[in-house]
Design a protein around this ligand. Structure first.
Ligand code: SF4
Length: 266
């Protein structure tokens, strides 16, 4: 039987990153984190996220709110911790980082605080030289319980692409209105953060000079330890945004340096 693929469908599949099917993945080599063991506390092969960013390379899927998480089948705390324990016992030498990441926003897990505490306890017992981290979209800093859970980890790499409510709504596409102010206040309340910001050109991108000015003000108010500046790693999933030039990214880095904030263009 011959299989005919629609060229547009084929292009979309090629542009998408593969979702994780298991709880543990890696270790992967990361430029910032070194050898990092990934923990996916979200369902296998499905994106579960409180954003639906225009550039998301896991594919577009409606963002979900914390209230809707009752319908999601998350792995249990005991299963996640037993998988992490098995991985830490079998990996030598110890990894540099044990990182909550995976198929969307890890802190949407309803027992994320127990997971963070459990992983820290396993790290202390089995891999004391490793550090714990999360890659997060920052929405959960508006939730007090999540703020406490995030504070347990050693390193928090938090998304901040928007300097205005309008870019937050149209670029990151949360499921309902979330104010940028509530996110920046939550980020400021954390013990320390690295920010991760992805810039794109195009009519729906976030590189407009007026927007960059507002984004810089937000970054200054948060006072992060470090800012990672990115653009797309591969072709854009939509025609209304495209790769930012290295010159534009370096200009943003220059503005951050002038404001006394360390950053790197990735
Ligand atoms: S936060 Fe990450 S996983 Fe979620 S939609 Fe944005 S890019 Fe995709």
């Amino acid at each position: 039987m011959k299989l005919f693929l629609n060229p547009e469908f084929f292009l979309e599949v090629c542009m998408l990153l593969k979702l994780q099917s298991d709880i543990i993945y890696g270790p992967v080599n990361s430029r910032r984190l070194g050898r990092s063991l990934g923990i996916n506390v979200l369902p296998g092969n499905a994106k579960v996220c409180s954003f639906d960013c225009l550039y998301c390379q896991y594919g577009r899927r409606r963002a979900i709110s914390r209230d809707e998480c009752g319908y999601v089948s998350f792995p249990s705390v005991s299963l996640v911790l037993s998988e992490v324990e098995k991985a830490l016992l079998s990996i030598h030498p110890a990894v540099d980082y044990i990182t909550f990441s995976g198929n969307g926003e890890a802190s949407l897990h309803p027992h994320f605080k127990e997971l963070a505490a459990g992983v820290c306890e396993l790290r202390d017992r089995l891999a004391p030289t490793s550090r714990t981290a999360i890659l997060s979209n920052s929405v959960s800093v508006c939730n007090h319980n999540c703020l406490e859970a995030l504070s347990l980890l050693d390193t928090r790499i938090m998304k901040l692409d928007a300097g205005t409510d309008s870019i937050l709504t149209n670029y990151n596409r949360p499921p309902h209105h979330i104010s940028l102010k509530s996110i920046t206040s939550g980020l400021t309340a954390l013990p320390s953060v690295w920010l991760q910001s992805l810039f794109t050109s195009g009519p729906d991108g976030n590189l407009n000079p007026k927007h960059i000015e507002k984004w810089i003000s937000c970054v200054i108010s948060i006072n992060p330890d470090f800012v990672q500046i990115y653009t797309l790693a591969r072709q854009s999933p939509t025609e209304s945004i495209f790769l930012a030039s290295i010159t534009k990214l370096q200009m943003i880095q220059h503005l951050l340096t002038e404001a006394g904030i360390s950053s790197e263009v990735f």
